[in-house]
Write a protein that binds this ligand. Structure first.
Ligand SMILES: *Cc1c(COP(=O)(O)O)cnc(C)c1O
Length: 393
């Protein structure tokens, strides 16, 4: 078989980590539901496995697959996206360090940085991540990490990964990119100069709203300011903190990744049609989607993404109360948090996913509605939105 680097995205997604089982020929990796492993004499480990917090073959299968999909030197699988983020922050920062965070971040990321990492002794500055100069201005002498999410949640802002990687390099800081919204299929941050990619695999990677998980992938050769291997630091903390993906969860995410490319194409097709409908509806005052030519960073999106994803947000005429009513009046669009599954979801960020950032610089407009456009028949999705918007806006 060709080496991993020569294979296309879907060939890697389907085969890396899923090589047929050497003893049985099973085409799909087994779920190794075991906590420990027989040793052939003390320290005689078969395949290096000793204890399942430190390593489990089903988790290894997923970790090698995510590394291959992002072009990284090593992948790691966690119990959730936030467990992955916490491990990155603990592994790469020390009390006294400083981190730059985006003004339009996943609420849980900001809560982790503000309420767990800050009391530990790490200060942060919030920067409008779509503006490279604002990011540069937020850097301080002890900045060790720039955190970046693109597209952002829920306003679909776009940050220029390559330019911000340059800012990080000048500052002697590492660049971490949350690639959850775009996925490794639409965007390859490591190739653009990022040092670490993080995913909530709960979303598009798993893709079926049936598992919570996280993943980290490290760029080849990435080292900390102190010269330590980033992969070694993450590996140490993954084992020391122990927030690992269980074997069944790892298996579900690995299965999800095999169809990521075909699902993303359909998510993008459907999102484009929904955006066109919303843009023409009189009750809609703004549509946020990186694929729109009037999106403020559309050109950056065109440069760094192959398509623009399945997440859309929009504002409605009539303010917060109307927005809150619309999300409760759809039938096919399910009112719920999360995103990235095959089924379409609708939510009100101000009162749901982003309620925890109310009153901060990360507060979102009260009349905003966020859509996770699924892979149903798009005519049905549009008809359902139309009946709610026609009646309520
Ligand atoms: C959901 C999400 C997270 C957190 O992941 P969990 O799996 O819920 O812990 C982080 N970043 C983004 C962009 C997300 O959407």
């Amino acid at each position: 078989m060709a080496t991993h680097d020569e294979l296309g995205f879907s060939s890697r997604a389907i085969h890396v980590g899923s090589e047929p089982d050497p003893t049985t020929g099973a085409v799909v990796p087994p779920i190794y539901a075991t906590s420990t492993y027989k040793q052939d004499g003390i320290g005689g480990l078969r395949g290096g496995y000793e204890y399942s917090r430190s390593g489990n073959p089903t988790r290894t299968a997923l970790e090698s697959c995510v590394a291959a999909l992002e072009g990284g030197e090593r992948g790691f699988a966690f119990a959730s996206g936030l467990a992955a983020e916490d491990t990155i922050l603990r592994a790469l920062l020390r009390p006294g360090d400083h981190v730059v965070v985006p003004s339009d971040a996943y609420g849980g990321t900001y809560r982790l940085i503000n309420r767990v990492v800050r009391p530990w002794g790490v200060e942060h500055s919030i920067a409008a991540i779509a503006d490279v100069d604002a990011v540069r201005a937020a850097v301080r002498p002890h900045t060790r990490l720039i955190w970046l999410e693109t597209p952002t949640n829920p306003l679909l802002g776009i940050a220029d990964i390559e330019a911000i990687a340059g800012v990080a390099r000048e500052a002697g800081a590492l660049l971490v990119v949350d690639n959850t919204f775009a996925t490794s299929y639409l965007q390859q941050p490591l190739a653009l100069g990022a040092d670490v990619v993080v995913h909530s695999t709960t979303k598009y990677a798993g893709g079926h709203s049936d598992v919570v998980g996280g993943a980290v992938v490290v760029a080849p050769g990435a080292v900390t300011a102190g010269g330590e291997s980033v992969s070694e630091a993450i590996a140490f903390h993954q084992n020391a903190m122990g927030a690992v993906a269980g074997p069944f969860d790892a298996w579900l995410v690995l299965r999800g990744l095999k169809t990521l490319a075909v699902r993303m194409e359909r998510h993008c097709d459907n999102a484009e049609a929904v955006v066109a409908f919303l843009a023409g509806h009189p009750g809609v005052t703004a549509v946020h989607y990186p694929g729109l030519p009037d999106h403020p960073n559309h050109e950056v999106a065109v440069r760094q993404m192959s398509r623009f994803g399945g997440m859309v947000s929009f504002r409605v005429r009539g303010g917060e109360d109307v927005a809150a009513k619309v999300v409760g009046e759809t039938a096919l669009w399910t009112l719920g948090e999360s995103l990235g599954g095959v089924e379409s979801l609708i939510e009100h960020p101000g009162r749901m996913t982003h309620a925890s950032v109310a009153g901060t610089a990360l507060e979102v407009p009260a009349d905003l509605i966020r859509l996770s456009v699924g892979i149903e028949d798009v005519e049905d999705l549009i008809a359902d939105l139309r009946q709610a918007l026609d009646r309520l806006t």
